[in-house]
Design a protein around this ligand. Structure first.
Ligand SMILES: [Zn+2]
Length: 200
């Protein structure tokens, strides 16, 4: 059981849980969790977080995942609505934790072709994979894309391709975009582009 008062300015309720290194009552635990969660969710989905940012996000989410069930078990007379909110926060934290745990990406400069389903027989847009992880990549493109759209990736030098979903998209200049993608149907796509014969 947590002892002390809620850290929220002006709140004089007894603390019931900790988060971000401070004590909170149930109301302000949820407010603090929601605020941080929004920031971290945005950070993970708008560009590539640094390893330090990733570590901070992971640490926060682990604490949230531990504190939420503790709060439910120990807080006296939670209303059904409060209980629901705490469970929802805990569930979202678990989902975001999985996303934060994705492997960090290695910097690369791989020429790649991208196209959409309806363009399968036609245009292929040359693009550049700037960094890659097993099932992800950050790719520089000239065409506009939206988060949630799906694309195909293909190597210029062979026919190996992969189906991917755009997780985020950011315009960086006129006709220059960065997209974050998640590969959906191929476990080793980034290994299939190397057509250099083994040295022996
Ligand atoms: Zn409070």
């Amino acid at each position: 059981m947590v002892e002390g008062l809620c850290a929220w300015p002006g709140c004089e309720s007894a603390a019931e849980a900790t988060l971000d290194g401070r004590l909170w009552c149930r109301t302000h635990f949820l407010d603090t969790a929601a605020k941080r969660f929004k920031e971290y969710d945005a950070r993970l989905h708008q560009g590539e977080p640094t390893q330090a940012e990733r570590d901070a996000i992971t640490k926060f989410l682990l604490e949230l995942m531990r504190q939420a069930p503790t709060l439910i078990a120990s807080a006296k007379s939670l209303t059904a609505a409060q209980r629901e909110r705490i469970l929802a926060v805990s569930f979202s934290a678990t989902e975001l934790y999985k996303q934060a745990q994705r492997e960090p990406r290695e910097p690369r400069n791989l020429p790649i072709l991208i196209y959409r389903e309806e363009e399968a027989e036609g245009r292929r847009e040359p693009a550049l994979a700037l960094n890659v992880s097993k099932l992800g990549a950050c790719i520089a493109t000239t065409g506009a894309s939206k988060a949630g759209e799906t694309i195909w990736l293909q190597w210029p030098q062979n026919t190996q391709r992969a189906f991917a979903r755009i997780v985020w998209s950011k315009r960086i200049a006129a006709s220059q975009y960065l997209i974050g993608i998640e590969i959906l149907d191929c476990e080793n796509f980034w290994e299939t582009g190397d057509t250099t014969p083994d040295a022996g």
